[in-house]
Every structure is written in structure tokens, then in C-alpha cells.
Design a protein around this ligand. Structure first.
Ligand SMILES: [Fe+2]
Ligand SMILES: [Fe+2]
Length: 152
């Protein structure tokens, strides 16, 4: 089924966000100091790649060839945590930034869900949105377990 212009634009926007998430999480996996936090970012990067593949499939199913300047890049190699210290970054900051990214991405999927005409497209977008909320939960739990996110 052909996508409406609105569906196409919103899927492309979300695909752009997914590519940025993949980069961010791979970079953060390299930069983080704590091995457990590195793993959280690596897992998230892999999940965002699945989202990017799903969105690419939606576009290709409507004969749209996605073009995005962020689609290909070279993954950072090895442990870069010494660079984290040089830049004055902390694991808490990386997690907090990632959490804020997930909040943004989740609300962007919310818009895409609400603007979907095709039931199958809507279902797939809802599924991704739910996973973005799980990513936020994982990041929140990681912060809280380190005492970096205090709830009243
Ligand atoms: Fe995602
Ligand atoms: Fe995510």
C-alpha cells in the first residue's frame, strides 16, 4: 500500500532519529567507563538498528528509497573512556542525555502513530514506540541503581 505524504515524512524523520541513536549509543558505549554501562549502550544501539531496518522496510515496501546522510558511518573501535575524561564527560551525563533522547524519540513516534492511515504501519510504529519507552526505563533504572536519579 502506498504511504501518504505525511506517513512518508514522519517515517523518514523517525529513521533519521534512529540513525542518530545508533551513532550516539555506539559512541557512548566506547566512551563510558563502567563496563555494565558500556553494555547498556551496545544493547540499545543494536535495538535501534532493528528499528531503522523496520522503518527502511516500510519505505521500501512503498517503493521509496530512503536517503539519509547518517545511514552509514564507522563504528568507534575499542575502549575510548580516556577520551571521556579528557572531555569532562561522566557516565551519569551520557545516561541522562540518552534518557532525554529516548523521551524525544518516543514522542516523535507518538505523532507518527496518530498520523498513520495504514493499520499495519500504525501497528509497527506502536510496537517501536513501546520499545522506546522500554529503552527509557532501562536508562532510568541504570541511573537509579547508581544513585544518579533521585525520585521523591
Ligand atoms: Fe529506536
Ligand atoms: Fe530507543
Amino acid at each position: 500500500m502506498a504511504l501518504t505524504n505525511k506517513e512518508k515524512t514522519l517515517i523518514e524523520d523517525n529513521l533519521n532519529a534512529e540513525y542518530l541513536c545508533i551513532r550516539k549509543y555506539e559512541q557512548y558505549a566506547a566512551l563510558a567507563s563502567d563496563p555494565q554501562i558500556k553494555q547498556v549502550f551496545t544493547d540499545l544501539a543494536n535495538k535501534e538498528r532493528e528499528h531503522a531496518n523496520t522503518l527502511t522496510g516500510m519505505l521500501q515496501g512503498s517503493n521509496i528509497t530512503p536517503e539519509n546522510i547518517f545511514s552509514s558511518y564507522t563504528t568507534p573501535q575499542g575502549d575510548q573512556s580516556s577520551m571521556q575524561q579528557n572531555l569532562g564527560l561522566t557516565d551519569a551525563q551520557l545516561l541522562n542525555d540518552a534518557l532525554s533522547t529516548e523521551k524525544h524519540v518516543s514522542s516523535s513516534y507518538n505523532t507518527a502513530v496518530l498520523e498513520s492511515v495504514d493499520a499495519n504501519i500504525r501497528k509497527q510504529l506502536q510496537h517501536i514506540q513501546q520499545e522506546e519507552q522500554q529503552h527509557a526505563e532501562t536508562l532510568f533504572n541504570t541511573m537509579q541503581s547508581h544513585g544518579w536519579y533521585k525520585v521523591q
